[in-house]
Structure formats: C-alpha cells, structure tokens
Design a protein around this ligand. Sequence first.
Ligand SMILES: [Zn+2]
Length: 256
Amino acid sequence: MSDSKSRLDPNNILKANGGDGNGRVTQNTILRSLPSKEFSSVFPALELQELPTHVVLNEMSEPIEFAYFIESGLASVLNVMQDGKSVEVGLTGSEGFVGIPLLVGFNSSPSRVVMQIEGSGFKISAKDLATVLSTCPKLERSLLRFAQELAVQAAQVAACNRLHEVDERLARWLLMSQDRIGGDIIRLTQEFLAHMLGTRRASVTVAAGMLQKAGLIKYSRGEVIIVNRKELEDASCECYAAIKRQSQSWQNEAKK
Ligand SMILES: [Zn+2]
C-alpha cells in the first residue's frame, strides 16, 4: 500500500466533492459501480492525481508502475511508430482505466497512453492493484470488460482510419470525446487532431472547415465548440454508432 501520508481520507474528499449520495467520492464509472465491500478494499490504495495535458501515464515497451482510474479529462492510447509518428487507437475518460496489461499479469505497456485533455485520476501502484484484484472479483470483471470495449474501439478505429474520409473521422472523434468529457467545448489544437486521426494537419484544417461551414462546429486556435450535436452525428461515419452500439449491447447483457 502507498505511504499513509499520501493516502486520501475518503471523508475529506467526500466533503470536497459533495459526494454522490452513496458515499462515493469518485466520478469514475468502474469505481462507482463496485459493491461497498470492494470499494472499501480498493479505496485506501488510491491516490488522487492532477493529470496535466501531455503527461504520459504508461509508456510503450516500458514497465507499468501505476494504473489510473480516470476521473476527468481525456486519455489517449497511441500506437507509436519507429519514426516517432503516432496514431490514436483508443481513448478513455471517466468511464475507464489505464493499465490494462496488469489485469492479466503483464507488466509492460504495448502502447503510449497520454493525457490529451487535462483532468485528474486515481492512481494505484501495480503491486497494490494485484493485491486488490485478488479479493475483488467484481472489480476484476469490470476492468476486463472495459479492456474488451477498448479492443472494440481499436479495431473499429483501425478500419475507420483506412476507409473513411477525414471529415467523417473528425466528427466521430469529436463525438467520442464529448461523450467522455461532457460540455460543448473541446480544447485542442489542429496538430493534436492530426495526430489523433493519423493524417496531415492540412487535411484536418480542410475537414474542420467543412464541418464549420455546415454549422456543426466552430473552431479557433486551440478549441473546438460543438454547435449542433445531432447533425454532427449525421456527419460522422458509421464508426461512432458502431462502437456505441456494441458497448450498449454488452451493457444490456451485463444487466441480465
Ligand atoms: Zn469511420
């Protein structure tokens, strides 16, 4: 377990955040869904961290020291090529978790996971996570299910990047991001978007211009404002709906 001084006092956080009515002090969907007994087991091992933009949570081919339950902001899973170019293959906000390989006893990361939009998260050491997982079956299952959802994202995004136009991909990315961070304003640069979509910056400029001209978004240096969510969904390729449909279908199965 981490040093006692750095542990969070649940009562203090509860006061600070106002709590959720059930004594849960987290925005993270996985943590919020845990039975009380498991939540009590995992909570003392968690440490709340500010996660600034561009901070690397897990590095490709490096040991994973810490996993993260994201509270706010947006973390991006990147596949990095030898020449340094990278493409996003998954993204997660407060619904998710960073450190998937640890769930099955692997200790190195196959990808770089970086905060693309600043936020916060609960950090847990690899060692503490292993201890907690051995006594928390619901947590383990929730995390494995989330890993499966990320795999669906990666497969769909791979197909999307190969088959769909940049403006459709941009619409898809904006919708997925808005689902995870809430609000209408997404703070990012076009250079960042080019990385995310695996394309040239000039192509992103053209695509963003098309969406803006159609009245779906407004963009300026450093931010995109989603003006018309419904029409942005129509402008996206099928991939946004496909990922969401699969996720919803599994959530329904999980309730049975
Ligand atoms: Zn697509």
